[in-house]
Design a protein around this ligand. Structure first.
Ligand SMILES: [Zn+2]
Length: 410
């Protein structure tokens, strides 16, 4: 069996792979609320048709399932996990008018598949699945296991998806690759060996709700105004101390006022106001020092203004999310770069992912070294209107994933 036969086996199924990607894109699994069940229902028959391996559909909630398939090699060997998420971000009512196609029409125009999730990341799921099918159909021989895990809920933190399968011990592997779209300027030009973590928190300010006509004779503490002052001071002065990280020379980012709410109506001094915020932290940073910097800063503001009643409330799910990193010389990173070079004639640049991916769960819960993102599609086109991916890149992705698995599992 030669590698050439594996690549041919991908080419033999080009049409099928593209139609499968279209089928996935046509399912509106917007999260919230999710709707991953229908995506799993579309994946299952393909896995069954090719008898890929032992398959399980599992989840915290039956309406938010995850599907895992284990392809067994010949004999003992390493365990390689390929992961993709089956949910997509919402299109948005307002943004829908900016699309030139139906976001769930899965149309192909000038060689590009359009639709929400085409790049992020139903197209990459099609590439991963057909890469595995090509190995099977070409009779490829490898040791160990190739596990495909298509999981729910990535776009909303992964509680039903990667976090669940990690907690249940289903995601333990020697290494994991997440096929998130990672192209920066062109397809496959970038391989993310790290991703940022985050702390998501609310700032809640309480004041005295009262008739605004009396604000000059009674002591009015305007919660809305106080919150604005807190946010302004933080934007100007807050520093989160951390070690420099070579992949993130720009450091952490502090993102304030992502939502703002409070108050009731004209003529009422607001007694309550809140804002949602996040700080994107770097791989290797830990929670306690970040919380200390935040709390010390708020204490300073409280000392300056005894009327300030401000509380920091960490988000239930995303209050603290670790960053993740795998060494750039890890055997799977170099194997992927080598497979890319064979298929495309160039190697991707390695570096950090600006955002977060499900890597955090695989690393911090399942203890599996994880490549945060390497997959077809451009990151800049994800989450926006007219999301699209060249169908040729889906074929290339399948070839790269197949070769990389074959080489890594020797
Ligand atoms: Zn994604």
């Amino acid at each position: 069996m030669s590698e050439a036969r594996v690549l041919e086996a991908v080419d033999d199924r080009r049409k099928e792979l593209i139609e499968f990607a279209q089928k996935l894109v046509s399912i509106p699994s917007e999260n919230p609320p999710g709707g991953e069940k229908e995506v799993v229902a579309a994946i299952t028959p393909v896995i069954d048709r090719y008898s890929l391996g032992e398959t399980r559909v599992v989840g915290r909630d039956t309406s938010r399932p995850n599907i895992l398939t284990t392809m067994k090699g010949n004999g003992e060997g390493k365990r390689l996990l390929y992961n993709g998420h089956t949910d997509v971000v919402p299109v948005g009512q307002e943004e829908r008018s900016h699309w030139k196609t139906d976001p769930f029409g899965a149309e192909i125009i000038d060689g590009e598949l359009y639709g929400r999730g085409s790049a992020d990341m139903k197209g990459p799921i099609a590439s991963m699945l057909y890469g595995a099918i090509a190995l099977k159909e070409a009779g490829a021989s490898f040791t160990g296991d190739l596990v495909l895990a298509f999981t729910a809920d990535e776009e909303n933190g992964g509680y039903y998806g990667a976090q669940y399968v990690s907690e249940e011990g289903l995601a333990g592997a020697d290494v994991c690759l997440i096929g998130e779209p990672s192209g920066m300027k062109s397809g496959f030009d970038y391989l993310a060996t790290a991703c940022r973590g985050a702390t998501c928190f609310k700032l809640v300010v309480r004041g005295t709700q009262m008739h605004s006509s009396q604000s000059d004779i009674r002591n009015a503490v305007n919660a809305g105004l106080k919150l604005c002052k807190v946010l302004y001071r933080m934007s100007e002065e807050l520093e989160i101390r951390h070690e420099p990280h070579p992949l993130y020379p720009q450091g952490v980012t502090i993102n304030l006022g992502e939502t703002l709410s409070g108050g009731l109506e004209y003529c009422i001094i607001p007694g309550y106001a809140e804002a949602k915020n996040d700080i994107r932290v770097l791989p290797g940073m830990s929670k306690e020092p970040v919380m200390k910097d935040l709390n010390d800063f708020l204490d300073k503001l409280r000392r300056e203004d005894p009327q300030l009643d401000v509380e920091l409330v960490l988000d239930d799910g995303q209050g603290w999310v670790e960053g993740a990193e795998i060494p750039a010389d890890h055997p799977m990173v170099t194997t992927l770069a080598g497979a890319t070079s064979t298929v495309l004639g160039f190697s991707p640049v390695t570096g950090g992912f600006t955002g977060g991916t499900d890597a955090k769960h695989f690393v911090s819960v399942a203890n599996t070294p994880t490549i945060s993102a390497f997959g077809p599609g451009l990151l800049s086109l994800a989450h926006g209107p007219n999301e699209r991916v060249p169908v040729e890149d889906l074929i290339k992705g399948a070839k790269i994933y197949a070769l990389a698995a074959l080489r890594y599992l020797q």
